[in-house]
Design a protein around this ligand. Structure first.
Ligand code: GLN
Length: 273
């Protein structure tokens, strides 16, 4: 039998992960049903045989590359615990910048917003958690992802979010929104990054777009303008080298007040217009 402390030291086995210690803490906390901090208040706790078997299995799957969020079935985004599975992108901390920017641009308490390609529901639900008076439509093409987003919405009880199965705008009746947000697929199919890390276990449809990764952003800008109130905002996340191209796409679609925002590492990762 091994203790919490001994099991934490096994993080050295996760040689391919750049967050091996954190991964091990999350998996161990998940199996023991305890917060991570508990592991340090009771390091001498001896795992039962079942707990040890479960941990061994999860560590092995992590060594094989599976994302931690798929092993625990959940991921925190904007301080909300979201269910995740292989049908959607795993919410990323950098996407919180999109939420933050949208909230700063739109201080009003009543507003109509559209989240395109909501996946797990992360962006729509984060906005709803801050703005109970907003009416938010969350569109998602994949039936499995839309189901997951619906489960997250129900678990959080945000009745002001409506999930619609729609391939971008196809099932969204003509109407005007004050805000359209999206974290669409934007990776080029030839990007070697697709062969590394968590993305290998995420749906390509959530990651890869035609036209050097810009085709979906182009569609969203071109079709989205008709869905926006005068003075409304479109905000999209994009790759760290795409800001210039995205600004041109926005301008060609007829947007003005176009601007990109930098993430905490200094890259322009969001464009608004
Ligand atoms: N930022 C993600 C990544 O590089 C991709 C997210 C996306 O395509 N929307 O792994």
């Amino acid at each position: 039998m091994a203790s919490v402390k001994e099991n934490l030291s096994r993080s050295t086995e996760l040689t391919a992960s750049d967050s091996a210690r954190l991964d091990t803490e999350i998996l161990l906390g998940h199996i023991l049903g305890r917060p991570r901090t508990w592991l340090y208040t009771w390091p001498e706790y001896e795992l039962t045989e079942t707990e040890q078997r479960q941990l061994d299995a999860l560590l092995q799957r992590r060594i094989n590359g599976e994302p931690v969020a798929h092993l625990t079935g959940e991921r925190e985004f904007w301080s909300l615990s979201l269910k995740v599975n292989a049908s959607t992108l795993i919410p990323r901390p950098e996407t919180e910048l999109l939420v933050e920017t949208a909230l700063a641009l739109c201080p009003q308490e009543k507003l109509r917003a559209l989240d395109l390609g909501t996946g797990s529901g992360a962006i729509a639900l984060a906005l709803a958690s801050e703005k109970p008076g907003w009416q938010i439509v969350a569109a998602e093409k994949s039936a499995d992802a839309a189901t997951l987003a619906g489960e997250n919405r129900r678990a959080l009880g945000f009745e002001n979010v409506q999930i619609v199965q729609s391939d971008w705008f196809t099932e969204i009746a003509p109407q005007k929104f004050d805000l359209i947000v999206s974290n669409p697929p934007y990776i080029d199919a030839a990007d070697p990054h697709l062969g590394e890390g968590d993305v290998r276990f995420e749906p390509r449809s959530a990651l890869v777009a035609q036209g050097e990764g810009l085709a979906d952003i182009e569609l969203i800008a071109r079709e989205g303008i008709a869905y926006l109130e005068a003075g409304g905002w479109l905000l999209v996340e994009h790759g760290w080298q795409q800001a210039g191209a995205v600004r041109e796409i926005f301008a060609a679609a007829g947007f003005n007040s176009i601007e990109s925002r930098r993430d905490y590492t200094g890259w322009e990762r969001i464009t608004l217009g």
